[in-house]
Design a protein around this ligand. Structure first.
Ligand SMILES: *Cc1c(COP(=O)(O)O)cnc(C)c1O
Length: 238
């Protein structure tokens, strides 16, 4: 077993411990391995440790990896999540390559993804990205916009709304992390109450540095990069 596989085992057992500690059901939190900037060999190592779901932030890099695995390792049946900012001129690649998108934050992007989703593929699974910290510099819909956006997405046939995602301000204090995550969980409960006919079962929150608080607050999907694959080298992205 190599270090990536050991890291997957370790994170998986940390997730299990956190679930147990806060009285949550086993396997109620899914691990999304964030593989941005990492080579296909690293993804293959993780996949051989049983990891199925991978998150990518850059459209072209992600689409290339999806194509690589569907050509060379179709038997692995990996699930691909787009978790980066979406510019409208790049939405087509996202619609054509990915299974999930976590970062829908405006109507224009939702409509483009719906129009560009190939009809031979299942509906694209969508999360609305919420700006929980209320900072105007960060992407994400405000609380008020979320309800309008949910209404719009629920009427689009090639998209399936599954819940909310956020990237809260990076703080190390557990209680502050918990407060921000609980806000998102409450918002998702309100949305689910408004749309009982939709299957809003997903809260994508928690990263390497704040996974425990996210799980206590009700996360169903943690997005872990560094703790699985090690530090990232962004020099090729400049
Ligand atoms: C990079 C990234 C992650 C993973 O972050 P780590 O700190 O490496 O675990 C999670 N979510 C999003 C949206 C990211 O861009």
């Amino acid at each position: 077993m190599n270090s990536i596989q050991q890291n997957i085992e370790q994170i998986t057992s940390q997730i299990e411990d956190a679930q147990q500690k806060c009285g949550r059901r086993r396997e109620s939190v899914k691990l999304l391995a964030v593989s941005k900037t990492k080579p296909v060999e690293a993804i293959l190592d993780a996949a051989r440790a049983g990891q199925k779901a991978f998150g990518e932030n850059y459209v072209q890099e992600g689409a290339d990896k999806v194509a690589y695995f569907s050509e060379h390792h179709p038997d692995l049946s990996l699930e691909w999540h787009f978790i980066g900012p979406i510019q409208s001129n790049k939405s087509r690649h996202v619609a054509e390559s990915f299974d999930w998108v976590h970062t829908v934050d405006r109507a224009k992007i939702a409509k483009r993804l719906n129009d560009q989703r190939p009809t031979h593929l299942p509906a694209l699974q969508v999360l609305i990205q919420v700006n929980t910290s209320g900072e105007s510099s960060k992407s994400g819909a405000s609380d008020a916009e979320i309800f309008e956006l949910a209404e719009l997405i629920s009427a689009l046939p090639n998209l399936t709304l599954r819940g909310l995602m956020s990237i809260p301000a990076n703080v190390s204090d557990y209680q502050s992390q918990l407060v921000a995550f609980k806000q998102l969980a409450e918002l998702k409960d309100k949305l689910a109450a408004r749309y009982p006919e939709l299957n809003l079962d997903t809260l994508s929150m928690g990263m390497s540095g704040d996974m425990q608080a996210a799980i206590e607050a009700g996360s169903t999907m943690v997005r872990i990069g560094t703790a699985i694959f090690g530090a990232r080298d962004y020099s090729s992205k400049q």
